[in-house]
Design a protein around this ligand. Structure first.
Ligand SMILES: [Cu+2]
Length: 347
C-alpha cells in the first residue's frame, strides 16, 4: 500500500458512520433526561406516584446492570473470538450441551424475575389499599371526548376540571358513558380505565398545590387526543370556597347575557346542556352552570377566553373535529354574540 497522507475512503466512511450512530444515540438519550415537564412521571406529587416511582427506579437500575453485563459479554466475545489473519478456515470446535451453564442461565433470570415480582407486589399493596375513611369522593364519567365530574357528597357537577384539596385523599369512582377511556394524570397517578357498565376506583393524596394536566390514555375515537382535563390541587380553604360556589345555581342574567339565555333555549342548546337554576337539563354535553369559572373548555384543549368561546359556539367542529356538539340550527352572528355573552356570564 502506498502512503499518500490521505485517509482511505473506507476509513472516512467508518468515521462518518460512527458520528451518525453517536448523534442518534445522543438524540435518544436526550429524551431520557429527568426534565421537569408538565406530564413527566418522574417528579411525583402524590403518594400513588411516589409508590410507582419507588418501583420504577430499582427496576430501571436492575435493567441497567443486566444490560451492561449482557452487552459487555457480547462485546468481549466479538473481539476475543473474532477471525484473525492467521486463522485457518476450519470450523471452530462444536460443543453440545453444558449442564453447568444451562443451570446458571436458567437460575439467574428466575432470580431476577422473582425480585421484580416481590417489588411489584409490594407496590400493588400500597396502591390497591383501601382509601382512608375521610377521602373525598369524586365520580368521573368518561364521554367521547370530555369528562363529567361529580362530587356526590356535595351535590356538585362540573366538567373537565377537577378541584381537590391538598394533603387529603381523593377517591375516584370511574365510569364510562360510551366506550373504554383511561383516566391519567401523569404527575399524580398511574392510568386507570373507565369501563362501560362497571365502576373502577383509584385513590391518591396530592402533596403539592398546582395545576396538573390529565388526559385520556386509551384510544376512544376521533377526538381522543383532545380528550384532556385539568386537576387543580389547592388549599383546603380555596377548595371549600370553590365547592360552595359550584353548589349554587346559575346567577341571574341581565342585558346581552339575558338575551343569550333566551337564545340558549330557542337555539336547542338546552337539549344537550344543563344549567342549574334554568330550564336547561340536557345531559349530552358538559354541565355549563359555572362554565365561566373553568380555565379551559372543550376537554381542556382551549383556554376559556371570550374569543375561544365565541369560536366554539360559532364552529366547534373546526376547533375539535368530530366532537359531538352538532347544532340542529344555523346561528346568526348576532346569536353567537349574545350566546357568548351568556356563557361568559355563567360564573
Ligand atoms: Cu380516549
Amino acid at each position: 500500500m502506498r502512503l499518500t497522507g490521505h485517509a482511505p475512503a473506507w476509513r472516512l466512511a467508518r468515521m462518518a458512520g460512527l458520528v451518525a450512530i453517536g448523534a442518534v444515540v445522543a438524540a435518544f438519550l436526550a429524551g431520557c433526561g429527568a426534565v421537569d415537564t408538565p406530564q413527566t412521571m418522574l417528579f411525583p406529587r402524590s403518594d400513588n406516584n411516589q409508590a410507582i416511582n419507588d418501583l420504577y427506579a430499582p427496576l430501571t437500575w436492575l435493567a441497567v446492570v443486566i444490560f451492561i453485563i449482557v452487552q459487555g459479554l457480547l462485546v468481549y466475545s466479538i473481539f476475543r473470538f473474532r477471525v484473525r489473519d492467521d486463522d485457518d478456515d476450519s470450523i471452530p470446535p462444536q460443543i453440545h450441551g453444558n449442564t453447568r451453564l444451562e443451570i446458571v442461565w436458567t437460575l439467574a433470570p428466575s432470580i431476577v424475575v422473582v425480585i421484580m415480582l416481590i417489588l411489584t407486589y409490594q407496590t400493588m399493596a400500597v396502591i390497591e389499599a383501601d382509601p382512608p375513611p375521610d377521602a373525598l369522593r369524586v365520580r368521573v364519567v368518561g364521554h367521547q371526548w370530555w369528562w363529567e365530574v361529580h362530587y356526590p357528597d356535595h351535590d356538585v357537577v362540573t366538567a373537565n376540571e377537577i378541584h381537590i384539596p391538598i394533603d387529603r385523599a381523593v377517591y375516584f369512582e370511574l365510569e364510562s358513558n360510551d366506550v373504554i377511556h383511561s383516566f391519567w394524570v401523569p404527575r399524580l397517578m398511574g392510568k386507570r380505565d373507565l369501563m362501560p357498565g362497571s365502576t373502577n376506583t383509584i385513590w391518591f393524596t396530592p402533596s403539592e398545590e398546582g395545576l396538573y394536566l390529565g388526559q385520556c390514555a386509551e384510544y376512544c375515537g376521533t377526538a381522543h387526543a383532545q380528550m384532556r382535563f385539568h386537576v387543580v390541587v389547592e388549599s383546603e380553604t380555596a377548595f371549600n370556597n370553590w365547592l360552595e360556589r359550584q353548589r349554587e345555581p346559575a346567577v341571574e342574567m341581565t342585558g346581552d347575557a339575558a338575551e343569550g339565555a333566551a337564545l340558549f333555549v330557542s337555539r336547542a342548546c338546552v337539549t344537550c346542556h344543563t344549567i342549574r337554576g334554568t330550564d336547561a337539563i340536557g345531559t349530552i354535553g358538559p354541565d355549563l352552570t359555572h362554565v365561566a369559572r373553568r380555565s379551559y373548555i372543550a376537554g381542556g384543549i382551549l383556554e376559556n377566553t371570550p374569543g375561544n368561546v365565541r369560536n366554539w359556539i360559532g364552529d366547534s367542529q373546526s376547533l375539535k373535529p368530530g366532537n359531538l356538539m352538532v347544532l340542529p340550527v344555523e346561528l346568526s352572528e348576532e346569536d353567537i354574540r349574545l350566546l357568548t355573552a351568556y356563557i361568559l356570564a355563567l360564573k
